[in-house]
Design a protein around this ligand. Structure first.
Ligand code: AMP
Ligand code: TRP
Length: 317
């Protein structure tokens, strides 16, 4: 661990198939930012966050390994970036508990995720309610300064900042305040129905989809008749091509939705193919597990160091 390099950290929950919203909203940014050697990167699999949703051991194992494969297929180099799973580093849950003790219920009740769940009249588990504190621990343990996430995670970064400030105020300067990093032009990737692409809406385009699957998804994109340009098709097209590249295509096929969708299928397939090939070649589970264990060792050594300071600050050591 190089103490001088700013730390970039991010995580994704292993709760389902990775889709192009995750790629353009989050993973692509980690990969680009981490190619810059001036930063130290920590990227993890938020399996304890996912436990709120995935309560089946074999499913958890499969989704976790698939997320590790996805990170690597998208260009993360585990030799350069610390790639690990959250549950391998017990400091995350320990620090989350410490944060729980300085956080009030009304403050957590203002979280969007909690309010959404409440609005749906769901019986909310304590893990969902506390979610922002575990996420604050994920970030603050590594003194992360840059946290690339999608727009929907911005509030969680604010919770991490507030929590760091509150802890520092009570126990003395301990944590560094993180900044979110959100790419504004792809902040929200639309799904095939025009709403935000999300597993829960069933409107996703899987990142490692075969050409046939891609064709099915794209042909299912909702189009508003009467417009020369099908906006939901164009919005996805814009993720992989520039306006200048698309202008002649959309001019030539003005109003012809089927032809425009076919052009999108070709472009998406070409864009995805190298990542899909890499994802499919990573079939050795032992190798994936070893990569994650190696990352966990580095993450544990860094976080233990931080926890030592924290335990002293609160007076348990
Ligand atoms: P999730 O799958 O909801 O856990 O999200 C994993 C990461 O992908 C987070 O950083 C999200 O902000 C990002 N993400 C998920 N869906 C989208 C979307 N439709 N547009 C942009 N970013 C997204
Ligand atoms: N809450 C994030 C999501 O749903 C995942 C996550 C957990 C995360 N811990 C994190 C992201 C720490 C960035 C930093 O996408």
């Amino acid at each position: 661990m190089n103490e001088d390099k700013p730390v970039l950290l991010s995580g994704i929950k292993p709760t389902g198939e990775i889709h192009i919203g995750n790629y353009f909203g989050a993973i692509k940014q980690f990969v680009e930012l981490l190619n810059d050697d001036s930063r130290q990167g920590f990227v993890f699999i938020a399996d304890y966050h996912a436990l709120n949703f995935i309560q089946d051991a074999s499913e958890m194992k499969r989704l976790t390994r698939d997320l590790a494969r996805a990170y690597i297929a998208c260009g993360l180099d585990p030799e350069k970036v610390v790639l690990f799973k959250q549950s391998d580093v017990s400091a995350h849950t320990e620090l989350a508990w410490i944060f729980d003790t300085i956080t009030t219920m009304p403050y957590l009740m203002r979280a969007h995720a909690f309010k959404d769940a409440e609005a749906k009249n769901k019986e909310i588990v304590v893990g969902t309610f506390n979610y922002p504190m575990l996420m604050a621990a994920d970030i603050l343990l590594y003194d992360a300064s840059v946290v690339p996430v999608g727009q929907d995670q911005k509030q969680h970064i604010e919770y991490a900042r507030d929590t760091a400030e509150k802890f520092n105020r009570i126990f003395g300067e301990t944590f560094r305040l993180p900044e979110p990093h959100i790419l504004s032009d792809v902040a929200v990737v639309p799904g095939t129905d025009g709403r935000k692409m999300s597993k829960s809406y069933g409107n996703t385009i899987p990142l490692f989809a075969s050409r046939e699957q891609l064709a099915d998804c794209v042909m299912g994109i909702v189009t508003d008749s009467g417009n020369d340009r099908p906006e939901n098709v164009y919005a996805i097209h814009r993720l992989i091509k520039t306006e200048e590249e698309l202008a002649p295509v959309y001019e030539e096929h003005k109003g012809k939705y089927k032809a425009l969708k076919e052009a999108l299928i070709d472009d998406l397939d070409a864009f995805i193919a190298p990542m899909r090939d890499r994802f499919e070649s990573l079939t050795n589970d032992t190798e994936i597990d070893e990569i994650l264990e190696k990352g966990a060792q580095v993450a544990r050594s860094h976080s233990e160091h931080k926890m030592d300071t924290v335990r002293r600050a609160i007076g348990v050591r």
